[in-house]
Ligand binder design. Structure first.
Ligand code: GLN
Length: 488
């Protein structure tokens, strides 16, 4: 097996058994990057020197007989909207093209404490707004399974890096599906934690009431390991929850006997590719064979979720992105005759079309006269969506859906913004309700990966991890590797 195909838990085992050193492993990852990155373009920035220095440090610890945490010396990559001290953080935007943060995000500080290794920063849709990485200022990433297809988004670089063997684990962020959808398009595992489980401190804000950081990995065990490291109360984020952080690996028990799994009819209706539906229904059957009970349920307000999201998320984005004014951060136009003109021109030059569209939408729905008609109404519908889930969870333990109604598609398909927005129909409601959700590989359609989504109750990551792990043990979709760079 190639070193770049290892999972994080396999890599850890090899490191502690001294079958491989962290420097060897890190070099193997950079060799792989050198080979395939020109085709995949998963990264915005690589950090070879620091990565190798950190690998040497971990090797020294191991040589000295020290016990090391699970991710120590295991190379990963970080979505480029998460702040890394001293390492460029661009949000894939021109406006932050040269921005070097002076602090670490909470998740990054936690990962550093655990002596992990950062290979670099991965590509995303500009400010995490999009579903394909095509809105990145640096150009799109490519799906390792089909290079002429999108990797999904907005954490498309993180998912592509995993599928291409360019990182062992990665972080993404998920506001309406941006961890789970690219994970499903690239055949990876992607976990969005409960809102508040992980501190958002240092995750450049898109829509603060929806954003959450989480792992994209090769398997469920790795997702639990990364979650263990990044979770926890943080004084810098008032929305981070002061709750006990369990050891999520304890949930990795291959047993779903007696588990009630809900299938919401609204998520299997028209618009879902019949072949995707077949894969997810086959998975439901597998769960049943393994002892779970499948229950038909309804989440009646699902049809309003996307519309509601495209009021709330842009509203929050328009406020959050006001800080990019050419004064405090990033790109500044030097020719403007006045300060207001400088801000206006800097923002026009610095933001791409999709970000400008969202800012305008958000400013509109918050403007006086429209606030009640749009924003307040959307907040009311959000409550109804949350209640749908509360009612459903009186009957079931977890909910099973397709992660996305379709598989990856070609760049040349050139979808209009509205059709792209509709791709998030199954993932958005989960953010609206603040619930945990995981996407796990469940098959292929014409060589393109399909993902299933498991949704849990608030703070019940354990149940979705257990169900996902049980399914993974009974299937081998996650073990398949993209046919890329001559590895197959
Ligand atoms: N695709 C959605 C959007 O464009 C979700 C993005 C995200 O989760 N960051 O807003």
């Amino acid at each position: 097996m190639n070193l770049f195909e290892l999972t994080a838990h396999e890599a850890h085992e090899k490191l502690v058994k001294k079958e491989v050193s962290s420097v060897e492993l890190t070099k193997a990852l950079f060799d792989r990057i050198d080979k395939v990155e020109k085709d995949v373009r998963a990264y915005v920035t690589l950090d070879r020197e620091n990565a190798l220095a950190q690998a040497k440090k971990v090797d020294d610890l191991l040589a000295a007989g020290k016990a090391v945490p699970a991710l120590a010396g295991v190379p990963g990559a970080i979505k480029d909207n998460i702040s890394t001290l001293g390492l460029r953080t661009t949000c894939s935007s021109k406006i932050l093209e040269n921005f070097i943060p002076i602090y670490d995000a909470h998740v990054i500080a936690n990962l550093r404490k655990d002596e992990t290794i950062f290979l670099g920063k991965t590509n995303l849709d500009e400010f995490a707004m999009g579903s394909t990485t095509e809105t990145s200022y640096f150009g799109a990433s490519h799906n390792p399974w089909k290079l002429d297809c999108v990797p999904g988004g907005s954490s498309g670089g993180s998912a592509a890096a995993i599928a291409a063997g360019e990182a062992v684990w990665t972080l993404g962020s998920d506001t309406g599906g941006s961890i789970r959808q690219p994970a499903s398009f690239c055949g990876c595992v992607g976990l969005k934690p409960t809102y508040g489980r992980v501190s958002r401190y240092g995750c450049v804000a898109f829509a603060s009431s929806l954003d959450q950081i989480g792992p994209i990995t090769r398997d469920v065990t790795d997702a639990a390991l990364v979650l263990n490291t990044i979770c926890g109360k943080d004084v810098h984020d008032a929305t981070s929850l002061d709750v006990e952080v369990p050891d999520f690996t304890k949930a990795l028990v291959a047993d779903v006997k007696g588990m009630k799994i809900g299938l919401p009819k609204e998520y299997f209706s028209e618009g879902v590719d019949p072949k995707v539906k077949d894969c997810v229904m086959a998975a439901a059957k597998k769960f049943e064979e393994m002892g779970a009970t499948i229950v038909d349920i309804s989440l009646p307000h699902t049809e309003y979720a996307v519309t509601t999201y495209y009021i709330i998320a842009p509203a929050e984005a328009s406020a959050n992105l006001a800080r990019f004014d050419g004064v405090r951060y990033g790109h500044r136009n030097m020719e403007a005759a006045s300060a207001p003109e400088m801000t206006a021109i800097s923002r026009t030059e610095g933001f791409g079309a999709e970000v400008r569209r969202r800012i305008m939408l958000g400013t509109y729905v918050l403007s006086s006269g429209y606030y009640d008609a749009y924003y307040n109404k959307a907040m009311q519908v959000r409550t109804l969506i949350r209640r749908d889930f509360e009612d459903a969870f009186k009957k079931v333990d977890v909910i099973l859906t397709p992660t996305c109604p379709v598989t990856t598609f070609s760049y040349s398909d050139k979808m209009d913004p509205l059709s792209i927005y509709m791709l998030d129909v199954s993932t958005i409601p989960v953010n609206m309700a603040g619930l945990p959700g995981i996407s796990v590989p469940c098959g292929f359609v014409d060589g393109k990966p399909v993902g299933l989504q498991l949704i849990g109750k608030v703070l019940d990551e354990n149940s979705i991890l257990r169900a996902a792990f049980t399914y993974e043990q009974a299937t081998d979709f996650h073990k398949q590797f993209a046919p890329l760079g001559g590895n197959k």
